[in-house]
Design a protein around this ligand. Sequence first.
Ligand SMILES: *Cc1c(COP(=O)(O)O)cnc(C)c1O
Length: 740
Amino acid sequence: MKTEIPYDRFAHVPERIFGLVDLAYNLWWSWHSSATVLFKQLNRAEWKLSRHNPVRMLLETPPRFFERAANNPEYLRRYDIIMFRFRQYMEPTTSWFAQRYPGRVPLTIAYFSSEFGLHHSLPFYAGGLGILAGDHIKAAGDLGLPMVAVGFMYAEGYLHQHMEGNGWQKNVAEILDRDAAPVLRVTGDNGRQLVVQVPLIDPPIYVAVWKVQVGRVPLYLLDTHIDENLPENRSISHRLYLKELECRLRQELVLGIGGRKVLHTLGVDYSAMHLNEGHSAFALLERLRERLVAGMPPDEARERIRGTSVFTTHTPVPAAHDVFPEDLMAKYFRSYCPSLGLDWDEFMALGEDPHNPGASFNMTAFALRMSLFHNAVSQRHGEVTREMWQPLWPDLAVEDVPIDAITNGVHVPTWLNHRIETLLDRYMDPIYPNWREEYDNPIVWEVVDEIPDDELWGEHQWLKMKLFARLRERKRRKWAGHREEPANLAAEGLMLDTTALTIGFARRFAEYKRADLIFEDLDRLDRIVNNRWRPVQFIFAGKAHPADEKGKRILQKIYQYSQDPRFGGRISFIEDYDEQLARYMVHGVDVWMNTPVPLMEASGTSGMKAGMNGVLNLSVLDGWWVEGYNGRNGWAFEGHAPYGGNNRADANTLYDLIENEIAPLYYSRTIDNVPHKWARMMKESIKSIAPQYCSLRMLKQYITNYYPSVCMYAAEPGKPMAGIQEVCPTEPGSGGFTEK
Ligand SMILES: *Cc1c(COP(=O)(O)O)cnc(C)c1O
């Protein structure tokens, strides 16, 4: 099995800077701004046109651009340094992991997720779950943890959102050009792309295998769009989260069983497994089957699979858990089930939902039963989840239900703006030069207090202007393309005022997120936004799921308000929210607002991205903010409205906060025009949020709490390590798993 970069297509790149090709095929460049600059300097126009896709840019750039760079001493100097750092990263003499666990060669962790948000040039995500998965594997690689990831090649993953004049969302699919993206074909011994059959499914389904290199972690992507498949099976991997239940089951079957089979074929055999949400849980069945085929007694096989499996659940919304009816399960699993040594009823019992016993298979219940280590994604979500799934452990009190919580975190090198990073570096580097590798250490962030208010404020102003400039440029291009009505220009941010307090709200338009909360009392809102001395403006963005009519109606309502002259252009909706727009927004607004129905937000991560850049959170106390809020780093309020209930009281609390606290603080300026108290809160936000809500902290918790392979294996595979308990306390009775 091989994955080779098609070097022959880059014959026009001079030898001296040919390393750019290697760099382009590893997303490492995307979280190192100095590497990004190498591509940008080479051919600025094409860099933009390619939407920051270096593979496309290198392919499309004429030779004279390369010649110019290869003869520019300054460019070459930077090139040499960055290539050195890149190669050093890829072949480390040491890593956090190796230092922490010397002499241990752990098993590889196989991380399964139905989406991966890595960079805007790769359409493999829909929202927060995917971005979290992307950040997880980036950080795992940074720490030197052996990991492979498995996901889908969604060729039509990008559904661009085009807003019609009446505010209705239109979805426009863009097909990924795989030959001009940083994805590589995995080829088999015959030199052709590797194709693997999903075991025991009739009629057969085949997947072709692709690879994206994400720093040190390879991400394998499954693709059903191949000739070997029946036409109806080719579309399985086209798009994320197909609505129709049978399509969805087939998708999860391919991801779980097919994904596990692919790893087996690639020789990644004795791995531990981390399931990011229940979509890929069928992988547990395939692992079980592998053990049984190898001759392991069924009880032992099951215990070993459990002991080496981690499952993370991500939502308290019941409707978001996949449940498949028995007849559908029978259609696909009748032939598979006997190979597990189970009769049909035993098989179905694995996925029985204790709230709703009977004829269906619940993926979350199944994953909880089949894994020993399971967690929710914030402390509050842990409480909600233990209560939700207590019936699975009828003998235990709710607080003893074995579902822990590891609060999510975001990949700081990806989400910290490089101007803020440069500013921080001026103050951190002299006393803690390694801060970029050890940014989960809260002590270094104390230095943030030394940054003068006006420097931090100045950078923030720059980022705000950059955001507004980007938004206007998007509009300008649309206008120039005759694709825009004048009313939409006003709605989509043309009148944004760089001096006004700016509140951002961007997320999926699911009902529980209550994007429309501030529209409860239009007269009050009118007074707030049109306050002559302290104007407030709102920027909204986000997509509704194509099948979510309610979400689309909420979006339409907001879009129509943003067209309404009553609000003076101070309410805007920016179309086509994605990772790139998210970056501009979490760096450039003043306040990041979050107003979910309490207990419905599992964690939320966009507020973490904002907070570490000095953008202050204003949020319902739910998800991560219950832990993150410290009274000095933003604003919080208890939400009271139950799901579907009356939102007026929550809206009033929100108006009061904005009117009486946030706006006065923002507009209180001294002679230097800097809001010093605000700047102090920004610093508090950065230093309290960055070290705590980063993916390094999160990964280290997964490693010490769970990744059993880390704890259980010595340098020689299969031999338990002495003294293991010191490093990794596990539940009594769970120790000593060896997978062989
Ligand atoms: C961070 C991020 C999300 C997740 O945001 P939440 O706060 O969890 O709603 C969704 N989409 C994009 C593009 C993101 O960058």
